[in-house]
Design a protein around this ligand. Structure first.
Ligand SMILES: [Cu+2]
Length: 137
């Protein structure tokens, strides 16, 4: 009895160890393959999305430039105020306006993400002849 127990315990330990090893190897085999796939696609999607999704519009010499701007849905438009005179970026649609930067002083910027397709007209509340158009497709 004693002898067989002494022999069984190491065998059981070896069996347990090898089962554990197989699990570790299996886990190591299975987990890296999905991980690089996800890792490879996620940064690519993120970088292309980031690259495609920001457009800059300057407010300069009492005008928005470039104008009009055509962008894909989900693009963030960053308006940067370069004039010494304050301006706004205010939607011509909606009450209250669909979007409104509020007062922008020189060197301030304000951004808006255009999440739905459509044609968005905007103007400056201080100089209503200043108008611009964002076309979201
Ligand atoms: Cu203005």
């Amino acid at each position: 009895m004693n002898i067989s127990l002494v022999r069984l315990v190491p065998i059981a330990a070896i069996v347990a160890l090898s089962v554990a090893l197989v699990r570790v190897v299996a886990a190591a085999d299975s987990s890296p393959s999905p991980a690089p796939a996800a890792g490879a696609s996620a940064p690519a999607a993120a970088s292309s999305a980031a690259a495609a999704k920001t457009v800059n519009v300057k407010i300069e010499n009492f005008a928005y430039s470039p104008d009009p701007v055509t962008i894909p849905v989900g693009t963030k438009v960053v308006f940067t105020e370069e004039d010494s005179t304050a301006h706004t970026v205010t939607s011509s649609d909606g009450t209250p306006p669909l979007f409104d930067s509020g007062n922008l002083d020189q060197h301030q910027s304000w951004s808006h993400i255009f999440a739905k397709a459509g044609t968005y007209k905007y103007f400056c509340q201080y100089h209503t002849y200043m108008t611009g158009t964002i076309v979201v497709k």
